[in-house]
Unconditional design. Structure first.
Length: 316
């Protein structure tokens, strides 16, 4: 057989079939994991931030139990410093889908003296969420918390299990983790323990966006290019449309065309210059990017082991 360029060429339709097959396999795996959670645990909850990953989890959970409703609540640990667009979207989504939403606030943990508000140039409430989250898990006696962490985001997440066991203090210990062979998910836990579950652990940022494109479901508007008052600091672009993000007097505010790749606490989440105003443009932009979406999160850069330390404390 001659090895001609014509014979080796992949047609557009073949490429589309390959891409679709890849996403379908990821979807099937995630749905299987979510169903296993419902089968093996008594009180699961889906951790919901209003970001693209947790919205994707909601869509997957819908498919897992259709035509029934999602059989567990959503829970948002609200720092009080979320983007308004995200909160508006969160409330609208749960109303449209008829879902139960539990909200617990970091401000309450601050008021109770359990955590201390940070101040200064790099202050953030992001790490303070851990205490509020662990208190909420204890309050409702949740034994499985479904989250949207992915292995490609950051090295502390890269070694995470799909079923990640937490001790009775809500903390992660690598010695307590089980091997996951042949997709066998072991949900047996001891009294006081709970499990964090990551159904899209094997997805990449591009996979998530491709799925959003294929499924055509809505996400918050700040993921797309828009004009925003911003300022530069440490080579990053920060929102200046609020009183949340600390800004020095000499840091100049200008209107720029930007979008956000991740939508965490406003005080530690930077924007990127972008004209990607559609799903297709965003997918194209991510394909060409060599920087992880977590590159726009200043709280990950506090130290080399910042994310690892928060993981051990029960952050995700």
């Amino acid at each position: 057989m001659s090895n001609t360029s014509t014979e080796m060429e992949v047609t557009p339709s073949q490429k589309l079939l390959k891409d679709t097959s890849h996403i379908n396999a990821l979807e099937n795996e995630a749905i299987y994991i979510i169903r296993e959670v419902a089968a093996q645990f008594e009180k699961p909850v889906l951790l919901f931030s209003g970001g693209k990953d947790s919205i994707t989890l909601v869509r997957l959970a819908q498919k897992a139990f259709w035509p029934s409703k999602i059989p567990f609540p959503l829970m948002h640990i609200d720092t009080g410093h979320n983007f308004p667009e995200t909160i508006e979207f969160r409330d609208r989504l749960v109303k449209e889908l008829g879902l139960e939403l539990i909200v617990r606030n970091v401000q309450d943990s601050i008021d109770q003296g359990k955590v201390k508000e940070e101040s200064g140039r790099y202050s953030s409430r992001n790490s303070l969420q851990t205490t509020t989250l662990l208190d909420a898990i204890e309050e409702f006696k949740f034994d499985a918390c479904i989250g949207g962490a992915r292995r490609d985001e950051e090295k502390a997440r890269a070694k995470e299990r799909i079923f990640s066991v937490r001790d009775d203090f809500g903390q992660w210990d690598e010695r307590n983790q089980r091997p996951e062979l042949f997709d066998m998910l072991n949900g047996q836990i001891e009294l006081g323990q709970n499990v964090r579950v990551f159904p899209i652990s094997n997805w990449t940022e591009l996979d998530v966006w491709s799925y959003i494109k294929d499924e055509a479901f809505e996400i918050p508007s700040i993921y797309f290019a828009h004009k925003r008052k911003t300022f530069f600091r440490d080579g990053m672009i920060w929102s200046a449309e609020d009183d949340i993000v600390f800004r020095e007097d000499d840091e100049i505010v200008e209107e720029r065309l930007v979008r956000f790749r991740t939508v965490g606490d406003m005080s530690c989440t930077a924007a990127v210059l972008s004209d990607a105003a559609s799903i297709d443009k965003v997918v194209e932009e991510i394909r060409d990017s060599s920087i992880s979406e977590r590159g726009a999160r200043i709280d990950d850069k506090r130290s080399e082991a910042a994310m690892e330390k928060r993981k051990q404390q029960g952050y995700f």
